[in-house]
Write a protein that binds this ligand. Sequence first.
Ligand SMILES: Cc1ncc(COP(=O)(O)O)c(C=O)c1O
Length: 510
Amino acid sequence: MPQPTSQPGAQPAAQPTPQPSAQSSAQPAAHAAAVPAAVPALFPPRAEREAIEAWLTRELLAASERVAHGPTTPRLDMARFRRELALYDFRTPRPLEPLLAWTLTQLEHGLVHLNNPRYFGLFNPAAAFPAQCAERIAASFNPQLASSGTSPAAVAIEAHVIAALAERAGLPPQSAGHFTTAGSEANATALICALTHAEARFGGEGLRAFGGPVAFYASRDCQPGWFKIAHQCGVGRASLRLIDTDGFGRMDAAALGAALQADPRAGVRPVMIAATAGTTGAGMIDPLTACAAIAREHGVWYHVDAAWGGAALCVPQLRGLLAGIEQADSITIDAHKWFATTMGCGTFITRHARVLGEAFHVSADFMPSTEPSVDPYLNSLQWSRRFMGLRLFLSLAAAGWEGYAAHVQRALALIDTVRRDLEAHGWSARNASRLAVLCVEPPAGAAPVREIVRRVLASGRAWVAATSFEGREVVRICATHGESSAADAAALVGALAQAASGAPASQDPA
Ligand SMILES: Cc1ncc(COP(=O)(O)O)c(C=O)c1O
């Protein structure tokens, strides 16, 4: 198994060197002696940090080059790995350098590699470089983003990016929002806002305030995380009404309207419609304008889950696809999907700043600021927060909307290439998505879809998923990796064609 090519810094871990601490001259020297030096394993001296960081940078770059040319799927001997892992009993401290080297090796061989350009997977991005820089900066300053009192500049940067996204989506200037850990947190925030908006006493009394069950509505192809959200929010999983699709993977607006008519007659209170702009499985966009009209007619909150499809907002020519998103009460857009930041970086945006403040208000006299319109701890689920938004700020500032438009369009060109090539091999596209996801069926007589996918993954030549679309088993191919090339697309098509024919998988690329 390849090992990192060098060891960080030739020196062994430095021994504790008690540093004179900066005390006030009024402080008796005896007190200084009573305070032990910082633990060097946790807070090594600068020279050691420099050596390790320089080594780490080199090693990570070398590893990412190997990853790009290697197998997409893990090749780690997990039995050996677990034996080694068990040796870390945390009783005996170990020097950091070999620990880092060991970790890099395990991760290089023990992951599905999202950075591999033949990863045509689940929207998990190859991380953009400015976002990686942001990770380092945020890790180093480690600001607490709960309040503007402690992190005024960082909180303002996040708010600036949220305002830019809101404007891009067509929401009014007074809109609000925040960065979330991921799309799931943003969607959960939407349901909390919808409940808060629907019933003034919800905050104080919880669901009892409704005097009966509530319901919210999403298409049967919505992201299944909504079930967990229903559970967490206490409305119960049964309150999620899965509306039929129209045969093309989009929510059937007539069925949605009928469900919102029927529920109140049965004593159930509708609170939210959650349309999906870019379904997870097939990249389909629900009829956003019709959903908005139905939400208005029934007086319910209108949320658009554009977790990954929201990146289409970057491309003026694609804006029409998302027509109706500007009518949303709230929107989810994940930066860690098609915006290619590192994991997890979601956003929640709403035109109702007041509802957000009402849902998450709290009073804590120990907090350094109490600015209801500004402080993240007063407007979001989290309290302590990391500086998540810096990754999108730096990426967006470095590339501009134009750069992101090019990033999105190259993905569309790539998925189109894959579709045409597969069609030439007798495969059939089943979804008519304008986004970068393709659902394809193999030619008649080929191996079953899940077997094809299993063979491709076993070969390590590419990564795709199996799913079902409108009742048919399909191979799902997503082309949102920002560096996949035409050659990678050709490698994918070759791997799929070979797996479909039942020929033994060729050697993986490693
Ligand atoms: C449409 C949609 N919504 C929500 C989510 C959940 O987002 P996350 O995984 O960031 O929590 C996903 C994930 O793929 C998604 O595709």
